[in-house]
Design a protein around this ligand. Sequence first.
Ligand code: LMR
Length: 399
Amino acid sequence: MFFDRIEAAPADPILGLTDAFRNDPNPEKINLGVGVYQDDAGKTPVLSCVKDAEKFILDNEQSKSYLPITGLLEFGVLTRALIFGTSSEFVAGGRAVTCHCPGGTGALRIGADFIKQQNVASTIWISDPTWANHYQIATAAGLKYERYPYYDRVTHGLAFEKMLETLDQAQEGDVVLLHACCHNPTGIDPTAEQWEALAQFMAQKKLLPFIDFAYQGFGKGIEEDAIGIRTIAKHCKEFIIASSYSKNLGLYNERVGALTVVSADAETAERVNSQVKIAVRTAISNPPAHGEKIVTTILGNDDLRKKWVEELAAMRGRIHEMRQMLADKLSAAGAGDFSFITEQNGMFSFSGLNKEQVEKLKQNFGIYIVGSGRICVAGINTSNIDKLVSAITAVIKND
Ligand code: LMR
């Protein structure tokens, strides 16, 4: 027998919740687990700019032959313009190379594989808490990880001093995984001043920033959410970015992400690119085309891009409204002061609810949130918010 000794793995802490939610017969159930945007009717819509781009692709596509290993060049140019701004030196390439990977996860994994395969580093520092998959990706790539503190439970803010104190123990050449914006799961991001201090610290200590950029446009805005990366770019000559179009273009199941590696000079970038190609080739050979074509069609066309910017602003605005409404209603219900929810960015709110309370919400009310107490605010709507507020109030008061 080959497989009889294999142990059952625990369900994924996030996607496992979606499975459990699907199997729950409770008609009143609410899924606030996975980070997927829903509109006020509880639907995850295909954006109208995406529908338009798909029509264009359907009419104009000439072939389904393979894409280049790193994807279309235009995809890289448009992705870098979004990340760094249209006037950035990185847009045209030079020191920066970009490859299309299947989703933000694919970009993180290819990036981690590249780091390991090229002996760039052996240790990666990951925020505590973080997106649970970060640990698994680092381990699967063969990297050792350490944790740095990030969240201050008392102030519900960033534990910036402690973060730097811990990162001071990192060795020259270690990698530090950062969330560019809308930190998952806390929703707490560094201020502009803290990014500046962090970027200088990373440069001085010769640490390599590896930046997860999955939520551009969901925090304060497309440009505003990029300030962390742009500050790093001012101080650090080399860094890596894993970005994603899953959320901001609603392309979840098309798996469109990008790995961008910035080197100290264009000649090094070329060699880096040749090795990234090997990492992609051995992992997935070459990327899937449909989602990539949607992205290049929208970002490369003024009208479609304008439509996208508006649609993204509407998603961001609805989440902001739900944050405010949740904080106000919890306070009115006597659950306590939840005003910190309105300070957090992006899809998630780190509610402060503990594991037992999270379990009670699931068992007693059919409300699914992540075990850490992370609530996907993007799943709250005007029809389910009152039920959510009374359930949270009940579990807090009965504790
Ligand atoms: C999340 O954190 O919920 C999302 O990034 C979806 C996922 O793959 O976990």
